[in-house]
Design a protein around this ligand. Sequence first.
Ligand code: ZN
Length: 294
Amino acid sequence: MKVGLVTYTPDRIEGFDLYVYYAKWADGSVFPAAKNMQNDITCFCDAKAIREDPNIVAVSKNGPALRKNRKINLPFDFVCPTNPEYRTKVLDHIKGLDSEDIQGVTLNLYHFADEEFCVCPRCVDLWLQSGLNWIEWRAQTITGFLREAKSLVKGTFAVEMFPDPVLAKERFGIDFEHIAPLVEYFHVPLSSRDYFTNYWVDLLARDFLKVLKKPAVVELSAEMLTSDKVDALLKTMAYLSRHDLMGVLLLVHDSENAKQVCRFAVNNGAFRAWLRKFEFTEMMRIVRNWAQLY
Ligand SMILES: [Zn+2]
């Protein structure tokens, strides 16, 4: 199992195999490409673009796809994915990134906000013209966008997803079966403030491994750590290391967080004894590797 980092700064910290850098955020911020890294692009969540042109927001009968609309429970503000100008803007951005010396592109938030989206006049027209049912039209719209994006990327192409292995197609238009041939791997974010309760990480990792027909990496949050939180995080990683995952990624606030995780694993005798006692051989290998560096 590989171990990697998801970062807001383009630093390569020793002891990791995969580096994912957030190059475009859901608030609309855009940053220069990170060389030799996987560059992660937020597609249809863009609070800044919606502020500048409120007409581009996705809509439902319960109102717009905005965080401030509390009739619905959305974590970000969503642009309608069939808006031609905005779509072109995102694809141009991906093309621009690909001309830099990057490892590849990971897309996130490239889907519909939820099942009741989007019923703007353009989406309804396109749906009726397609002759498909609502779920199929939405799925084909999203897969079509990903196919176009992939054609612009020479390096590794991957996608994140809203971590729902069962209703992803109905709710978001994320059709794992048809996306699988386009990607090298799936990036499953299982974010949390802490992992003191972690059965759900194991549960979702198993479900996704069953559903996805391509390799998968699971992302865990490693921000704002205390010793107790690092201990729970590392034990959660250890359980994940028993599955057939391509890797585990740690989302860190800065490089110091990443080093803190490594140092805790290396220097905490009780944690290393726990790994030995319960025979987490793959996790022990990872910690031994960190011990050469930290
Ligand atoms: Zn629409």
